[in-house]
Write a protein that binds this ligand. Structure first.
Ligand SMILES: [Zn+2]
Ligand SMILES: [Zn+2]
Length: 230
């Protein structure tokens, strides 16, 4: 390791009032030229004054010795500081810009929407048609929020996976094949404090779903499978 001023212990900073012998630009130049003329691949850094191997200085073909005057370490430190100061400045500028142009931006967005109403509508219709699963999940999340219900964001693929795991694809209430138009039934209805978590969701056929509606099963509504055989 090369000892620099920064490494000097506290007492040394107070006792050594004398400036670094290579702090003077001309003296440093003389010293570095002397090293170069003797073929020593080292020089003193213009920032920390430490004498380091030339490999510790970045290349710069514009300089007489082909190297930067600051050592890599000082270069890195300066870069880091510049970057920190600039991100601060940039952030401040972005905040100012955001505030300054909030009104204009709002107006622009409003105008864009007004001019593209038809396109937007067509896009939304197409999106809903192409992503029925996502749309339904969104609607359920909205309803769950409305009831303040717990929500784990399940989708049809979660139901499909569970059905596969349990080998149970039929209606949870009557056991029949619910067909294409199967319902996602909240076992304890949202309106009765049920959650919108997967464990509260059952595959249901359309008749069972509309017969059960917002009733609590086994208490206010008897599922066909639980009915006494006649
Ligand atoms: Zn340095
Ligand atoms: Zn059913």
């Amino acid at each position: 390791m090369i000892i620099t001023r920064e490494h000097a212990p506290e007492w040394a900073r107070f006792t050594a009032r004398k400036p670094h012998p290579l702090a003077d630009r001309k003296a440093r130049g003389r010293y570095n030229r002397a090293l170069r003329s003797r073929g020593v691949p080292a020089k003193s850094c213009s920032h920390c004054y430490a004498v380091k191997a030339l490999s510790q200085f970045n290349k710069n073909s514009g300089k007489p010795d082909g190297r930067e005057s600051r050592c890599r370490e000082c270069h890195r430190a300066a870069n880091a500081q510049w970057y920190a100061e600039n991100t601060e400045r940039q952030r401040a500028y972005a905040a100012w810009y955001h505030k300054e142009y909030a009104e204009k931006r709002r107006a622009y967005v409003a105008r864009w929407y007004a001019e593209h109403t038809e396109e937007r509508r067509a896009y939304m219709v197409r999106y809903r048609a192409e992503n029925p699963d996502k749309e339904r999940a969104k609607e359920r999340r909205r309803r769950a929020r409305l009831h303040g219900a717990d929500n784990d964001g399940w989708t049809d693929s979660d139901i499909a996976r569970r059905a596969e795991e349990c080998d149970a694809y039929g209606c949870f209430w009557c056991g029949s094949d619910p067909g294409e138009d199967w319902h996602r039934d909240h076992i304890v209805p949202l309106s009765r404090g049920g959650s919108n978590r997967l464990e509260n969701i059952a595959i249901s056929c359309q008749p069972c779903n509309s017969s059960k509606w917002a009733k609590i099963p086994y208490e206010e509504w008897t599922p066909p499978l639980a009915e006494e055989p006649a």
